[in-house]
Design a protein around this ligand. Sequence first.
Ligand SMILES: [Zn+2]
Length: 661
Amino acid sequence: MKYVIVCILIFGIVLDTDAQRNSFYTTNKAPLQAQSYTQLPLGAIRAKGWLLKMLELQRNGLTGNLDVLYPEVCGSTNAWLGGNGDAWERGPYWLDGLVPLAYILNDEKLKAKAQQWIEWCINTQRADGYFGPQSPATPLPKIKGIQNSDHEDWWPKMVMLKVLQQYYSATGDKRVILLMSKYFNYMLNTLPRTPLGHWTFWGAQRGGDNLAIVYWLYNITGESFLLELGNLIYQQTTPWKNIFTDGTLATVNPYPQIHCVNIAQGFKTPAIQFQRTGDSSYLQSIKQGLQTLRNVHGFANGMYGGDERLHGNNPTQGSELCSAVEMMFSFESILPITGDVYYADYLEKITFNVLPTQHNDDFTLKQYFQQVNQIKITYDRRNFFNDNYGRIVFGLLTGYPCCTANMHQGYPKYVQNLWYATQDDGVAALVYGASDVTLKVKGNKTISFTEETNYPFESSIRFRYTSKHNAEFPLHLRIPLWCKTGIITVNGVKYADANGGEIIKLNRTWQMNDVVNLELPMEVQLTRWFENSVAVERGPLLYALPLQEQWVKKTNDDFPQPFYEVLPDSPWNYGLPFHVIDKKVFTVTTSAVSDMPWNINNAPVHLTTQAKQLNQWLEYNHSAGPLPSSRTSGNAAKLEMVKLIPYGCTTLRIAQFPVTD
Ligand SMILES: [Zn+2]
């Protein structure tokens, strides 16, 4: 048996050494496994269409102004700027979205805001390699809403390492490499005495984020101590590979509790360490974990019951905004390592459904928890941890302020993952959105593509080669798993049909204005969830019955800053009749796509169908009450025509429907 294992390992290493690696960008260096796709430098990809609009809203809203709107944490008293204030994750969280936003938009004002934090980190690094806030000689008095203890906690540094990595990707500032190399030496010397979980448990649970940067630095410097440090960090990190496979997630209320955001972050950990081991069981554990999460805690929007702790799949449980953006970042980390279409689909699902509904239209308010079946958003009791009742209302600091600081990474990092460099020195588009890209390909040629589309609101995507010179290289395109057959034409001539789940590689000599059209036919698909409720999906979008919204501004003693309740102006308790489900009675209507499509007035697609009110489905604890078990019989209510719109366009909605007769 031992002999067999040794052979497989040797075989793995041989394969690895032979594997092709991208010639132009920072990619895995042996003995790390060759990665399927390689991220491009920050700034190589520019957003267009609605994605650009979201970035501009962020710039004009919370992301561009959090230092002014939330000065007690993101202002000059922050310990990451040398002050006596917050020393923990929230400053770095903000920067983790601000830096990619600044460099994708090429916005000098935003770059300057980020630069002072980066300069402080670099200029105050200690001789022993430690960087970040220093422990004060005597503990600071506690200040409400400020975390000014545990200055040496490993966890917030993990976030700042992500910030510095992105800053380096955009600028090539070599001081970042020196800082990281010295800091990782410090970690190697110090972790045996004060392991990742020494200061807080967050450090151990989120060690995968740290590990990713250690391997990234190894790919730049080749310093062998980094591989040793990688093994040490992996040993001290929560064993997510086991948690995903040992049945822990299959418990409706696991105890000890598992925090929702840590799971989202934990998903990347086995993939990061797979790069070192080449052992496919690391990758299998992620899919097993995601499948279990869906089965026991899953919602139709791609998230899971996680209102602080894992909390089952009733569609009135909450899911946290941090969980959504961290799921996105985990998939953005796993996708280039594996090249697996499954993660690209999952990334789009969270981006197009979960993210747009959890901030308001001008990106000035956020919602800490969202519900899939969300009938009112009020300052009231809910059936989950909801201290001071503020976890569901829209506000700046309502709920808990982690999301206020962490939400900014969502759209910018999605844009940054629209295009990759490939192992065969070409270019890949694996998740879709209107954009431009410029990169180096085979023969050291710099080339550009423009991606024109209103995806996910339309099914066709056009890739136009915009360089003046001809160049020969492959273009990789993903066919999502939800698509039966993708149709590819080049300059109007049929090139190929492709099955869902494939990545198609178009090898050709590209000429100015060559256009590849990718058609991804979207069909209505019905999926089953809690109490056999039905969800209506079409392509990457989930559809929901929207409720008319009335936004009401409020303040109270807990939250002196204004926050918003959202009250329904139309009935909510509808089920879908069995014949609608059985015969898929849905009529698709599309309209023009505005640059801000994510609200009920601008929804660019709707599905018309029939529904019936269910009089026994009542409100409970200010949420939709117990979901009538499908299929409900004896319903005498009349059939009504209703319009379902993309879930991401709704604030109040029903998206998991009981089935009625
Ligand atoms: Zn949060």
